[in-house]
Design a binder for this molecule. Structure first.
Ligand code: HGY
Ligand code: MN
Ligand code: MN
Length: 400
């Protein structure tokens, strides 16, 4: 048995927050490959080395702290959304570091740590773990661009000479990820731990509508080919159409819109927008995709607009490993009796990619107010340290 050090864990968690601290509450701005992200990874590498692990960066920028293996891999991601919270991803990386560090201090050296790159999908969807797990190739990832047009291939040159080769997934016996729930269930129920049953599937693509840029005063309404009006009609029509397909947990989001030239006296000739949808059922994801493509095509034709669909990125729904889940459930029942539950994840996680290569499981701690992907994201420190103890307990009960 070994005991993690809650104070050391919290100190490292707060230090990681300092890389890209937004100045608003505990918010963090640390996008993949940003200077703040690289600095954070360099610091994590030193903490891994101080713990007796061997730091290793792969071509995607995933940072491993390698133990002797073969053994469990623990971790998450340390990149954030453009306006991120201090715990999304970071919690799982630091909890993994603390559990593995404490285990090594007690003589157990088979465990490893990882911080995956671009889980937040600045370029793709969980790009770093998708590359490492073999879901996509570097040739497929490198052309992917962020919302400003920077490619993954260009961005990863920020790694300099840090990257070595890929680490073989076969050296690990399974993957455990601790994460904040990022939703309201634990916060509203009073439960303090959730063991994840499965992770939702996701589809994401950018769509471009092309009309005619023109004068906002002299162009009669009947002659306009207004890309924004097309987008507005698509958004409204999809709300109705997708509601007819949706199940209880189905979601869809248009989160990013770029109008060109985006000024008040010019009829927008171009609209680029993100279209993202999630559900636990692959057939429903397929039906939603058909509805989206049909609706965009119909309205674009009716408004004499061009419609172009960018590459679609996605991950199918995935169940967590029963064996690893059982260990987390036993630890939760022991350390949080009567205050834990099983829960599907509406958020996407690196564990969804890892599950294709090895047994994978996750545990959640509450998000205050259910808030995440916002500077206001937070969790009570008592819940953070309880989650750490549950993770450590589950690992300690498993040899190899
Ligand atoms: O979007 C997600 O579900 C994850 O937090 N990137
Ligand atoms: Mn995350
Ligand atoms: Mn996230």
């Amino acid at each position: 048995m070994f005991t993690p050090d809650p104070d050391r864990f919290l100190a490292d968690l707060h230090h990681l927050r300092s890389f890209g601290a937004s100045g608003v509450g505990k918010g963090v701005v640390r996008p993949a490959f940003s200077p703040e992200d690289i600095a954070a990874r360099d610091w994590l590498a030193t903490r891994m080395e101080e713990a007796g692990l061997t730091p290793h960066v792969d071509p995607a920028g995933n940072l491993f702290g390698l133990g002797d293996g073969p053994g469990l891999l623990l971790g998450s991601h340390s990149d954030t959304q453009p306006e991120g919270g201090w715990l999304d991803g970071a919690l799982g990386v630091i909890a993994a570091l603390e559990v593995v560090r404490a285990a090594r201090e007690a003589g157990r050296t088979d465990l490893s740590v990882v911080s995956f790159q671009d889980e937040e999908g600045r370029f793709g969807v969980t790009t770093g773990s998708a590359l490492w797990s073999g879901a996509i190739t570097l040739d497929q990832a490198d052309p992917l661009t962020d919302r400003d047009g920077l490619s993954f291939g260009a961005a990863r040159t920020a790694l300099g000479d840090r990257p070595g080769d890929w680490i073989d997934p076969a050296r690990f016996t399974g993957f455990l990820e601790m994460h904040i729930e990022q939703g309201p269930v634990l916060d509203r129920s009073g439960d303090r731990i959730a063991v994840v049953t499965d992770i939702v599937g996701i589809r994401d693509m950018r769509i471009t509508l092309s009309g005619e840029q023109n004068h906002a005063g002299t162009t009669p309404m009947a002659l306009r080919r207004d890309a924004f009006q097309g987008l507005a009609e698509i958004a409204t029509r999809l709300d109705t159409r997708l509601a007819g397909i949706a199940g209880a947990a189905t979601v869809w989001t248009i989160g990013h819109v770029a109008l060109h030239p985006n000024t008040s006296s010019i009829v927008p000739g171009k609209a680029v927008f993100s279209m993202q949808w999630r559900d636990g059922d692959t057939d429903r994801l397929d039906a939603m995709e058909r509805a989206i493509r049909e609706t965009v095509t119909e309205i674009a034709a009716a408004r004499d607009l061009g419609a172009a669909f960018g590459p679609m990125r996605g991950i199918d729904p995935v169940a967590m490993d029963p064996g690893l889940r059982a260990g987390l459930e036993a630890a939760a029942a022991t350390l949080s009796p009567g205050a834990w539950r099983k829960l599907p994840s509406g958020a996407l996680h690196d564990a969804a990619n890892l599950a294709a290569r090895m047994p994978a499981a996750m545990l959640f701690v509450p998000s205050i107010g259910g808030i995440s992907h916002a500077f206001a994201e937070d969790t009570d420190e008592a819940d953070l340290t309880l989650g750490l103890k549950v993770l450590a307990h589950a690992v300690a009960q498993r040899n190899g």
